[in-house]
Design a protein around this ligand. Structure first.
Ligand code: GLA
Length: 639
């Protein structure tokens, strides 16, 4: 019996005995102070990985020639020099799993250099050697289950695995150690994308399973139902993979790309099990879907940072709504990914890409925003359904700013010093990252005219609004959500509901919210995306979290004080319980509030930070409440 079946049986037993809430949250970190920064990076990606992947360009219609051609073009165009180094082979490379020793065989008709013969049969080592000799890195695709996505969704492709049922089981299940050793040892890959169709798409109701073509696997992931999904079982499989990779690459130089399409609450735990993790379903080349994918990361600022990246999926620049005839929309796509510090994987056929698309992909000041070493994701400073302003703190203290017009009509956006957390009385310098030119400095506020679907990307600097210090919400990469306080998982409702990707028809019921994570801690907003407010006092800057949450915060050397105005937020659903706000420094309790109640003015909380490396912010609920209680760390700052 394979690993997956055992897990499925164990998971089914677990599901039957535990109440839903307990099952979903088994393994959640404790509310007690850890005294340290608990996040351990998986692999090595101090900045968001950049490269090219075959999927959006060729689906399973891949070949060594096509991929090496893309690699050569990355080098020749200068895109590799600009940072696009990973060349990733997506689905379609495999022929079968050999009977007897289980060694995976490459489809050598498509990858001629893999036809080495002898006892091994085939090997992708000559291929990765070529890429490495070009100064590039190599990535490969597999699935955590027995079978891959193409076997379920590209049934007509001539490039599907062949042979007996067992030979066609090319996924990691039952062969994880062997396959990972092959990929990272013998074949010398640097990056692996691990999909989850083997956990979701081989249930008995599927025609290709019922017909006996593929072995039945009771799904762990019920997409889109997070309550039926066995989250703990799914996490366990990826945790095993993470450890296998650490053994296979003891120097830690690998990237593990977790591909679960935002299901199974991966938006919350991806940071502990992968280097990057998909937060939404597969992007396509339409505006509607691109915006959907953007939104799926835009509220997850506390989950990303050096070594851990929210992944809104590979780029569609060069394709469809983002092709050479739609350069403005193509720019917008890259601007959105850059402000989010998203991985940048080119997904177009570079042999057909017009020069303007290549130039756009290489825009140096835009890429510098994405690749900024501080690794902060942008934080939403203004949002309505049509327009957004997002601000990303850069390592040198300047700020990148995204002004985004989601509509097709022109609009005016007013950028203020307050959006930037800068002083309103002194000049703010502005540089246009696309045009690479300085604009006239402004003081206080400035209007920007945007065309339909335009995004502008600026880099600004000015005097900080605080005399000394910064607001914690400006540096989200230095926050680790050790516990989010969510008691019952809920789908995130603030993500654009895209057109049905399968033709845009309205025959179905539409694209409803499906990704869990609603209620997670937020920068400058409540966990439910409202303005922070305690007894009618609004806090434009601060952290909103649920009672029952614990945040670990890295504090720079030389910090003196932590200050905040704490209280139960006016928008709280739970109004019966109180919240005690606790501040720890390196495991020592530094400050604690009295129990704060709904409709009670915020209390000042202050802590001496001298010598402290890791601050912890704990919102402890006192008393019971049927509804979640909202804890607001108003104007939380370090001086
Ligand atoms: C899934 C992934 C895609 C791609 C395909 C390959 O759909 O989400 O990114 O890898 O599988 O079949």
């Amino acid at each position: 019996m394979g690993k997956t079946s055992r897990t499925v049986l164990a998971a089914a037993a677990l599901l039957a005995t535990l109440p839903a809430g307990a099952q979903q949250h088994a393994g959640t970190a404790s509310l007690a102070s850890s005294g340290r920064w608990s996040h351990v990076p998986v692999g090595k990606a101090p900045t968001p990985p950049m490269g090219w992947s075959s999927w959006n360009a060729f689906r399973v219609d891949i070949s060594e020639a096509r991929i090496l051609d893309a690699a050569q073009r990355l080098v020749d165009t200068g895109l590799a020099g600009a940072g696009y180094r990973y060349v990733n082979v997506d689905d379609g490379w495999w022929l079968k799993r050999r009977t007897g020793d289980g060694r995976l065989q490459v489809r050598t008709g498509l990858f001629p250099s893999a036809a080495i013969g002898g006892a091994k049969g085939s090997s992708l080592r000559p291929f990765t050697d070529r890429l490495h000799a070009m100064g590039l890195k190599a990535g490969l695709y597999t699935d955590i289950g027995r079978n891959a996505c193409s076997q379920a969704y590209d049934a007509d492709s001539p490039n599907l695995p062949e042979g007996t049922m067992a030979e066609r089981e090319v996924g990691l299940s039952g062969f994880m150690d062997r396959d990972i050793a092959l990929f990272f040892g013998e074949w010398n890959f640097d990056f692996v994308k691990v999909d989850g169709c083997g956990l979701s798409s081989y249930g008995p109701e599927r025609a290709y399973v019922a017909s006996g073509q593929y072995r039945e696997v009771k799904p762990l992931i019920i997409d889109p139902n997070v309550y039926q999904t066995d989250i703990a079982g799914t996490k366990r499989l990826y945790a095993g993979l993470r450890e296998t990779l650490r053994r296979a690459r003891p120097d830690g130089d690998f990237v593990l790309s977790v591909c679960l399409w935002g299901t199974a609450n991966v938006r919350s735990w991806g940071q502990d099990h992968g280097t990057m993790w998909r937060t939404s379903s597969d992007i396509d080349d339409t505006w509607s879907h691109m915006v959907h994918n953007f939104d799926s990361v835009a509220t997850r600022e506390f989950y990303a940072g050096p070594g851990r990246w929210n992944d809104p999926d590979m780029l569609e620049i060069g394709n469809g709504d983002f092709d050479g005839d739609h350069l403005l929309q193509a720019r917008t796509h890259l601007s959105l990914w850059a402000i989010m510090a998203a991985p940048l994987m080119i997904g177009t056929d570079l042999s057909k890409a017009p020069g303007a698309i290549v130039d756009l992909l290489g825009a140096p000041e835009v890429l510098a925003i994405d690749q900024d070493p501080a690794g902060h994701q942008g934080v939403i400073a203004y949002a309505d359904n049509d327009r957004q302003i997002v601000v990303k703190t850069l390592a040198d203290g300047r700020k990148a700013v995204l002004l985004f017009n989601r509509t097709q009509a022109p609009t005016t956006l007013t950028l203020t010093a307050e959006h930037l957390k800068m002083a309103a009385s002194t000049p703010i310098t502005v540089r246009d990252a696309w045009e690479r030119q300085d604009l006239t400095p402004f003081t206080g506020r400035r209007n920007f005219e945007l065309q339909g679907r335009e995004a502008q990307l600026l880099v600004v600097s000015g005097r900080h609004a605080l005399q000394a210090g910064y607001y914690l919400s400006e540096r989200p990469a230095e926050v680790y959500v050790a516990r989010d306080g969510i008691r019952a998982l809920q789908a995130d409702p603030v993500i654009h509901r895209m057109l049905d990707p399968y033709g845009g028809s309205t025959e179905g019921s539409g694209s409803r919210p499906v990704y869990a994570g609603w209620g997670a801690p937020r920068a400058d907003a409540t966990p439910y995306d409202e303005t922070l407010r305690v007894v009618n006092v609004p806090y434009r800057h601060g952290i909103g979290a649920l009672a029952g949450s614990r945040l670990e915060v890295k504090v720079p050397a030389g910090s003196r004080r932590f200050e905040a105005m704490v209280g139960v937020d006016d928008s709280t659903r739970g109004q019966a319980a109180s919240v005690v706000f606790e501040v720890y420094g390196d495991g020592r309790k530094l400050a604690v509030s009295r129990p704060m109640r709904f409709n009670q003015a915020a209390a000042a909380l202050s802590a001496d930070l001298r010598g402290v490396k890791v601050l912890e912010l704990i919102a402890r609920q006192v008393g019971t409440d049927t509804d979640p209680v909202l804890a607001t760390w108003g104007a939380a700052r370090v001086e």
